[in-house]
Design a protein around this ligand. Structure first.
Ligand code: MSP
Length: 482
């Protein structure tokens, strides 16, 4: 049988500021799913992330710091990879949309396909452009003349652009979403996007006149018209296949997109329309296969409010990582934020969860068992692979990473109770062999728990397993925080 494949992408991030908690969330959720597929489902996986660079807001941020945009970009992208390294994100490729070798040929090839299908046409257009969204918004979206999401006054733009005939694909896309040929998860998001189709999809402005203050190398040129660059969402969405070599050396594209049934995008709820309407429209126009699944997660708030500098409730992922470590941050995001709804994070709640679930929970349990093992057992062991519990695979196959962890924590609680009930520390005094057998069994269950933690907490996974094999105490995994 042919080896099974799994392709997963994160959104590509805007490099106008450093990454925040929401970005850390989307990437961690993605990484958990990929690690599960790579390690346990034993599929050949490909995990893509990257940065969305051809944007006005990046140019604005660079100028504000007195930096050349391309220099500014390199610095920010370095910070992105730094954060992903600390978060232990196991991506295979980081695509940058200013990459003229990796990205541009594919973006241009795709554009040419849309032209061949007769879906690109020129039109004079006037509208309100919000740089925050990198999209046109309408008069009725405004509150006090400002974009309600970004609090900025949009720019009135009148220019001649190339348009993409998205309207033509309304019915095709709608049918595919209804039938789950293009699966939108969860169902609430599927309903939400379908209601957009009721009004019919509008054609989209797909290019912008090249701006005088944009350096060479920024903005993918429209083929045959150097005065225009591609609209940033047109160029950005294509990253999902350009990174695989579409339009240049397309072996990976064939392997992970064209012939692979298991290809998915993870995105946040704010960019659903781009992924479930514009992107499928582009692919249909080009005669290319659509993604199979789009997993749409909610937003992270803090104390029920959007994180913002003015409210002073911004939590920097770097700050949590340096205080609590990689596994703790991954744990919180995977367990305590639902992948399907909005979730909340405060410093207080993080600490509470850390002390309860990690310091007193997993950390304490490992220390207790390994103390007993080290004192009473002669050597360490490694149990036979017992396969994955059904509750665990069912949760992860349905993207419910929080449920999978709930299941693991239930096993942790049971194991804790088992120590109390079987009291091996007493038994060894009266019947040494019986006591040793109990302790041995405890180590074996602890080992299995560590195995199940692999997609979520790669460090604890290794440390606990190593301690059991070497029959030694693991270092203090999660020191209590006061
Ligand atoms: N560049 C576009 C995506 C292009 S994909 C072809 C973009 N970038 S972004 O940097 O603004 O956002 C990246 C992701 O972070 C999006 O999926 C967005 O939903 C997510 N989040 C941004 N803020 C968030 C929260 N507060 N909480 C959770 N995720 C959030 O959009």
């Amino acid at each position: 049988m042919a080896e099974k494949k799994f392709y997963l992408t994160t959104p590509i991030f805007y490099p106008n500021a450093k990454l925040h908690m929401g970005h850390a969330y989307t990437t961690t959720l993605s990484d958990v799913l990929v690690r599960y597929h790579r390690h346990f489902v034993e599929e050949k996986t490909y995990f893509l992330t990257g940065s969305d660079e051809n944007t006005q807001k990046m140019v604005d941020s660079a100028r504000k710091e007195g930096k050349e945009p391309l220099v500014f970009l390199d610095e920010i992208v370095d910070k992105f990879s730094g954060l992903f390294k600390t978060l232990d994100i196991s991506y295979d490729q980081f695509i940058r949309t200013t990459d003229q070798q990796a990205h541009w040929p594919g973006a241009i090839a795709l554009w040419n396909k849309l032209v061949e299908s007769g879906d690109i046409y020129k039109k004079e257009y006037e509208g309100l452009y919000c740089t925050g969204h990198e999209a046109f918004i309408t008069e009725k979206d405004l509150v006090d003349g400002k974009c309600p999401d970004h609090g900025t006054v949009p720019e009135r733009i009148k220019e001649e652009n190339y348009f993409f005939r998205l309207s033509r694909y309304t019915e095709d896309i709608r049918k595919k979403i209804i039938s789950d040929e293009l699966r939108i998860v969860p169902a609430t998001r599927k309903r939400e996007i379908l209601s957009l189709f009721d009004e019919g999809l509008q054609d989209v402005s797909f290019s912008r006149p090249r701006k005088a203050d944009w350096p060479q190398g920024l903005g993918v040129p429209v083929p045959g018209d150097d005065s225009q660059v591609m609209y940033v969402w047109c160029d950005a969405l294509s990253n999902y296949i350009t990174a695989l070599g579409y339009g240049r050396d397309d072996a990976l594209y064939q392997e992970f997109w064209a012939t692979n049934e298991n290809r998915m995008h993870v995105i946040g709820k704010d960019i659903l329309r781009f992924h479930a309407a514009i992107w499928p429209g582009m692919l249909l126009s080009a005669g290319l296969p659509l993604p199979k699944t789009i997993l749409v997660h909610g937003f992270i708030t803090s104390g029920g409010k959007k994180m913002s500098k003015t409210l002073g409730n911004v939590i920097d992922p770097e700050e949590l990582l340096s205080e609590y470590g990689t596994d703790a941050v991954r744990y919180y995001l995977a367990r305590h934020i639902s992948p399907f709804e909005d979730g909340d994070l405060t410093r207080e709640h993080f600490k509470e969860v850390y002390n309860a679930d990690l310091a007193n929970g997993l950390g304490n349990l490992s220390a207790r068992i390994m103390q007993l093992a080290q004192t009473h057992l002669e050597k360490g062991t490694e149990p036979e692979w017992a396969g994955l519990p059904e509750e665990y695979t069912r949760a992860l196959d349905g993207f419910e990473v929080n449920k999978a962890l709930e299941f693991v924590w239930h096993r942790i609680t049971l194991l804790d109770q088992k120590i109390t009930e079987t009291a091996p520390f007493k038994v060894v005094k009266t019947d040494l062999e019986a006591g040793k057998k109990i302790i041995f069994d405890l180590t074996q269950e602890l080992y299995r728990i560590a195995q199940l933690l692999y997609p979520f907490m790669p460090e604890a996974n290794i440390k606990i397993k190593e301690a059991i094999i070497a029959n030694k105490k693991p270092e203090n995994l999660f020191p209590r925080k006061d």
